[in-house]
Design a protein around this ligand. Structure first.
Ligand code: MG
Length: 243
């Protein structure tokens, strides 16, 4: 059990509220298979162009024009980006542009009903119980904020976004950096100690704890085994003792 006296419950997604395999065996393959077709169909949309510029910057280039080697390379811009996406996904790169592009590709699947996000069954009642106590539920994941919103809007339990007040992604910094949690606390307008962050990754909890947050290690079926940590372990949101 964790006795929680703060005001903000900050939740990781994969391995914490959703099984790891949903992300790795459903969402990631969906994006990987469709990225080429998505870029061919929608690559000239302004929103997609904006993401392509971000991807170029993530890779150290000044702009997409500077990044793309040109048609003389034998690759169309869509081929080039698809190759980069596949290579980055092979190493599970947490790059802002890649995450935004994945979210755009998933959006079609969520809206069409092909994708429904998996959540452990304690999650909807847990979010509702916290909200009922005046606790602000928020999400911090390496997936883009837009993709996080889709994830909770199109879940196996229906639309849960009414219980969630904020979505934070890598634009707040990497999840293993204490500064990211300080930035989120500032955005939430609470001292870090008022935040309880739950994650399946000990290094993320170390960073949040260094920033002053309360933390808990979530153990879920299908998670990778973790070595001993100083952090309190829970197996469900039902193990939060609320005020
Ligand atoms: Mg996780």
């Amino acid at each position: 059990m964790i006795r929680f006296k703060g005001r903000v419950l900050l939740l990781d997604i994969e391995g914490t509220v959703s099984k790891l395999s949903f992300v790795h065996e459903v969402l990631f393959p969906y994006a990987r298979e469709r990225v080429g077709g998505f870029l061919a169909a929608q690559g000239s949309d302004a929103a997609v162009q904006d993401v392509l510029e971000q991807m170029a910057r993530d890779d150290g280039a000044a702009s997409f024009a500077a990044w793309y080697p040109g048609s003389a390379s034998g690759m169309s811009p869509a081929d080039w980006v698809t190759g980069k996406v596949h290579a980055w996904m092979d190493v599970d790169a947490k790059l802002t542009g890649l995450k935004r592009l994945q979210g755009m590709i998933w959006e079609g699947g969520f809206r069409d009903g092909v994708l429904k996000s998996h959540l452990f069954e304690d999650v909807p009642p847990g979010l509702e119980a916290c909200a009922a106590k005046g606790i602000s539920n928020r999400i911090y994941s390496s997936g883009s904020a837009a993709a996080q919103r889709l994830f909770f809007r199109y879940s196996e339990f229906g639309d849960l976004t009414r219980w969630i007040d904020g979505y934070y992604d890598t634009t707040f910094g990497p999840k293993r950096s204490a500064a990211s949690y300080r930035a989120i606390a500032a955005e939430c307008r609470v001292p870090a100690v008022e935040i309880l962050f739950l994650s399946d990754v000990p290094e993320e909890l170390d960073a949040a704890a260094a920033a002053g947050c309360q933390v808990g290690l979530m153990l879920r079926p299908g998670n990778r085994p973790v070595p001993g940590t100083p952090h309190t372990e829970i197996r469900s949101l039902a193990e939060l003792e609320l005020p």
